[in-house]
Design a protein. Structure first.
Length: 228
Protein backbone atom coordinates (compact mmCIF):
# COMPACT_ATOMS: atom_id res chain seq x y z
CA UNK A 1 0.00 0.00 0.00
CA UNK A 2 2.84 2.42 0.82
CA UNK A 3 4.68 2.05 -2.54
CA UNK A 4 1.46 2.74 -4.44
CA UNK A 5 0.67 5.75 -2.26
CA UNK A 6 4.15 7.15 -2.83
CA UNK A 7 3.51 7.22 -6.58
CA UNK A 8 0.86 9.89 -5.94
CA UNK A 9 2.17 11.65 -2.81
CA UNK A 10 5.56 12.36 -1.29
CA UNK A 11 6.63 9.65 1.21
CA UNK A 12 5.62 11.63 4.32
CA UNK A 13 2.04 12.31 3.16
CA UNK A 14 1.80 8.71 1.96
CA UNK A 15 2.96 7.48 5.38
CA UNK A 16 0.36 9.66 7.14
CA UNK A 17 -2.45 8.40 4.91
CA UNK A 18 -1.42 4.76 5.22
CA UNK A 19 -0.94 5.18 8.99
CA UNK A 20 -4.41 6.63 9.46
CA UNK A 21 -5.89 3.74 7.47
CA UNK A 22 -3.68 1.25 9.30
CA UNK A 23 -4.65 2.48 12.75
CA UNK A 24 -8.07 3.97 12.08
CA UNK A 25 -9.51 1.14 10.00
CA UNK A 26 -7.33 -1.97 9.69
CA UNK A 27 -6.40 -2.46 13.35
CA UNK A 28 -9.21 -0.43 14.92
CA UNK A 29 -11.88 -3.08 15.38
CA UNK A 30 -9.90 -6.29 15.60
CA UNK A 31 -7.17 -5.10 17.96
CA UNK A 32 -8.58 -2.17 19.89
CA UNK A 33 -12.38 -1.93 19.97
CA UNK A 34 -12.52 -5.55 21.06
CA UNK A 35 -9.78 -5.01 23.63
CA UNK A 36 -11.23 -1.83 25.12
CA UNK A 37 -14.91 -2.57 24.61
CA UNK A 38 -15.34 -3.41 28.30
CA UNK A 39 -13.71 -0.18 29.49
CA UNK A 40 -16.86 1.93 29.16
CA UNK A 41 -16.31 5.58 28.24
CA UNK A 42 -12.60 5.17 29.03
CA UNK A 43 -12.38 2.97 25.97
CA UNK A 44 -13.00 5.87 23.54
CA UNK A 45 -9.83 7.91 24.31
CA UNK A 46 -7.85 4.71 24.75
CA UNK A 47 -8.88 3.47 21.29
CA UNK A 48 -8.01 6.84 19.70
CA UNK A 49 -4.63 7.02 21.44
CA UNK A 50 -3.70 3.39 20.85
CA UNK A 51 -4.99 3.04 17.28
CA UNK A 52 -4.83 5.96 14.80
CA UNK A 53 -2.53 8.28 16.77
CA UNK A 54 0.04 5.70 17.90
CA UNK A 55 0.05 3.60 14.75
CA UNK A 56 0.37 6.62 12.46
CA UNK A 57 3.60 7.61 14.22
CA UNK A 58 4.86 4.05 13.90
CA UNK A 59 3.90 4.01 10.22
CA UNK A 60 6.04 7.12 9.64
CA UNK A 61 9.00 5.27 11.14
CA UNK A 62 8.25 2.22 9.01
CA UNK A 63 8.11 4.42 5.92
CA UNK A 64 11.45 5.94 6.91
CA UNK A 65 13.01 2.48 7.21
CA UNK A 66 11.46 1.39 3.90
CA UNK A 67 12.71 4.44 1.99
CA UNK A 68 16.15 4.59 3.62
CA UNK A 69 16.78 0.90 2.88
CA UNK A 70 15.77 1.40 -0.78
CA UNK A 71 12.56 -0.55 -0.37
CA UNK A 72 13.86 -3.48 1.67
CA UNK A 73 10.80 -5.46 2.72
CA UNK A 74 12.94 -7.70 4.95
CA UNK A 75 14.22 -4.85 7.12
CA UNK A 76 10.80 -3.17 7.15
CA UNK A 77 9.12 -6.39 8.27
CA UNK A 78 11.81 -6.90 10.94
CA UNK A 79 11.18 -3.39 12.25
CA UNK A 80 7.43 -4.08 12.27
CA UNK A 81 8.13 -7.30 14.18
CA UNK A 82 10.15 -5.36 16.77
CA UNK A 83 7.28 -2.92 17.25
CA UNK A 84 4.70 -5.70 17.59
CA UNK A 85 6.82 -7.86 19.89
CA UNK A 86 7.64 -4.91 22.15
CA UNK A 87 3.92 -4.36 22.69
CA UNK A 88 3.68 -7.88 24.14
CA UNK A 89 7.01 -8.05 25.95
CA UNK A 90 6.62 -4.64 27.64
CA UNK A 91 2.90 -4.85 28.35
CA UNK A 92 1.81 -4.38 31.95
CA UNK A 93 -1.43 -4.38 33.92
CA UNK A 94 -2.47 -0.88 34.96
CA UNK A 95 -4.19 -0.31 38.31
CA UNK A 96 -6.89 1.91 36.79
CA UNK A 97 -8.14 3.28 33.49
CA UNK A 98 -6.88 6.75 34.44
CA UNK A 99 -3.33 5.45 34.86
CA UNK A 100 -3.66 3.52 31.61
CA UNK A 101 -4.74 6.71 29.83
CA UNK A 102 -1.79 8.70 31.21
CA UNK A 103 0.69 6.06 30.08
CA UNK A 104 -1.01 5.85 26.67
CA UNK A 105 -0.38 9.60 26.23
CA UNK A 106 3.26 9.24 27.35
CA UNK A 107 3.83 6.35 24.93
CA UNK A 108 2.22 8.30 22.08
CA UNK A 109 4.46 11.29 22.82
CA UNK A 110 7.52 9.02 22.74
CA UNK A 111 6.63 7.56 19.35
CA UNK A 112 5.72 10.95 17.88
CA UNK A 113 9.00 12.39 19.18
CA UNK A 114 10.79 9.62 17.28
CA UNK A 115 8.65 10.23 14.18
CA UNK A 116 9.24 13.98 14.45
CA UNK A 117 12.99 13.39 14.68
CA UNK A 118 13.14 11.47 11.40
CA UNK A 119 10.91 14.09 9.75
CA UNK A 120 12.87 17.15 10.88
CA UNK A 121 16.40 15.75 11.05
CA UNK A 122 16.30 13.61 7.92
CA UNK A 123 14.34 15.48 5.26
CA UNK A 124 15.96 13.56 2.43
CA UNK A 125 13.73 10.50 2.63
CA UNK A 126 10.45 12.40 2.26
CA UNK A 127 11.35 15.75 0.69
CA UNK A 128 13.25 14.27 -2.24
CA UNK A 129 10.12 13.16 -4.07
CA UNK A 130 7.90 16.19 -4.50
CA UNK A 131 4.64 15.76 -6.38
CA UNK A 132 3.80 18.31 -9.05
CA UNK A 133 1.50 21.07 -7.78
CA UNK A 134 -0.65 22.59 -10.54
CA UNK A 135 -0.84 26.37 -10.88
CA UNK A 136 -4.53 27.32 -10.80
CA UNK A 137 -4.11 31.07 -11.28
CA UNK A 138 -1.31 33.62 -11.38
CA UNK A 139 -0.94 37.36 -11.78
CA UNK A 140 2.69 38.53 -11.72
CA UNK A 141 3.60 40.70 -8.73
CA UNK A 142 0.10 40.21 -7.29
CA UNK A 143 -0.94 36.63 -6.49
CA UNK A 144 -0.24 32.93 -7.11
CA UNK A 145 -2.76 30.12 -6.54
CA UNK A 146 -1.54 26.53 -6.39
CA UNK A 147 -3.55 23.36 -6.10
CA UNK A 148 -6.37 21.45 -7.68
CA UNK A 149 -8.81 18.65 -7.06
CA UNK A 150 -8.81 14.90 -7.44
CA UNK A 151 -12.06 12.88 -7.47
CA UNK A 152 -10.43 10.20 -5.32
CA UNK A 153 -8.81 12.26 -2.55
CA UNK A 154 -10.46 15.69 -2.70
CA UNK A 155 -8.86 19.05 -3.32
CA UNK A 156 -6.63 21.74 -1.84
CA UNK A 157 -5.57 25.29 -2.67
CA UNK A 158 -2.55 27.31 -1.56
CA UNK A 159 -2.72 31.07 -2.12
CA UNK A 160 0.18 33.56 -2.03
CA UNK A 161 -0.98 37.20 -2.15
CA UNK A 162 1.22 40.32 -2.20
CA UNK A 163 -0.34 43.37 -0.51
CA UNK A 164 1.71 46.59 -0.91
CA UNK A 165 1.85 48.60 2.33
CA UNK A 166 3.94 51.55 1.12
CA UNK A 167 6.77 52.20 -1.32
CA UNK A 168 9.27 50.14 0.65
CA UNK A 169 7.16 47.41 2.25
CA UNK A 170 4.95 44.58 1.03
CA UNK A 171 2.87 42.14 3.05
CA UNK A 172 2.87 38.49 1.89
CA UNK A 173 -0.38 36.75 2.82
CA UNK A 174 -0.49 32.94 2.63
CA UNK A 175 -3.64 30.86 2.99
CA UNK A 176 -4.26 27.15 2.49
CA UNK A 177 -7.55 25.29 2.32
CA UNK A 178 -8.08 21.57 1.92
CA UNK A 179 -11.03 19.22 1.63
CA UNK A 180 -9.75 15.66 1.67
CA UNK A 181 -12.15 12.82 1.02
CA UNK A 182 -11.32 10.10 3.52
CA UNK A 183 -13.67 7.74 5.36
CA UNK A 184 -14.94 8.25 8.91
CA UNK A 185 -12.59 9.38 11.64
CA UNK A 186 -9.59 9.43 9.31
CA UNK A 187 -10.34 12.97 8.04
CA UNK A 188 -10.31 14.83 11.41
CA UNK A 189 -7.38 12.78 12.68
CA UNK A 190 -5.46 13.46 9.46
CA UNK A 191 -6.03 17.22 9.83
CA UNK A 192 -5.05 17.06 13.51
CA UNK A 193 -1.74 15.39 12.64
CA UNK A 194 -1.07 17.39 9.49
CA UNK A 195 -1.54 20.89 10.96
CA UNK A 196 1.58 21.02 13.18
CA UNK A 197 3.77 19.52 10.44
CA UNK A 198 2.38 21.97 7.87
CA UNK A 199 2.84 24.90 10.28
CA UNK A 200 6.52 24.09 10.85
CA UNK A 201 7.22 23.65 7.13
CA UNK A 202 5.30 26.76 6.05
CA UNK A 203 6.88 28.94 8.75
CA UNK A 204 10.35 27.88 7.64
CA UNK A 205 9.47 28.60 4.01
CA UNK A 206 8.11 32.08 4.79
CA UNK A 207 11.15 33.00 6.88
CA UNK A 208 13.36 31.94 3.98
CA UNK A 209 11.31 34.04 1.54
CA UNK A 210 11.62 37.02 3.91
CA UNK A 211 15.40 36.56 4.15
CA UNK A 212 15.83 36.33 0.38
CA UNK A 213 13.62 39.37 -0.23
CA UNK A 214 15.53 41.46 2.29
CA UNK A 215 18.87 40.38 0.82
CA UNK A 216 17.65 41.40 -2.64
CA UNK A 217 16.60 44.85 -1.43
CA UNK A 218 19.89 45.40 0.40
CA UNK A 219 21.84 44.30 -2.68
CA UNK A 220 19.90 46.71 -4.91
CA UNK A 221 20.48 49.60 -2.51
CA UNK A 222 24.20 48.86 -2.29
CA UNK A 223 24.41 48.66 -6.10
CA UNK A 224 22.71 52.04 -6.43
CA UNK A 225 25.08 53.57 -3.88
CA UNK A 226 28.12 52.24 -5.74
CA UNK A 227 26.95 53.29 -9.20
CA UNK A 228 25.13 56.40 -8.04
Amino acid sequence: MLPKSQRRFNPLIAALLVGLFWGGVWHLYADYIGAFGNQGWWGIPLVILQAPILLTAQRILLAWVYNRTKGSLLLTVLFHFCISSSAFLLSVTYPSNAVFLVWAVIIDLFWWAAAGAVILLDRGWWAAKKPEVPVSAVEPEHFLVLGGSDPNIGGASWVFLLKPLDEGHTHLVVRMRADFKMPGIITPVFHFLLEPVHFIMERKMLLNIKRLAEQTVVGQEESKAVHG
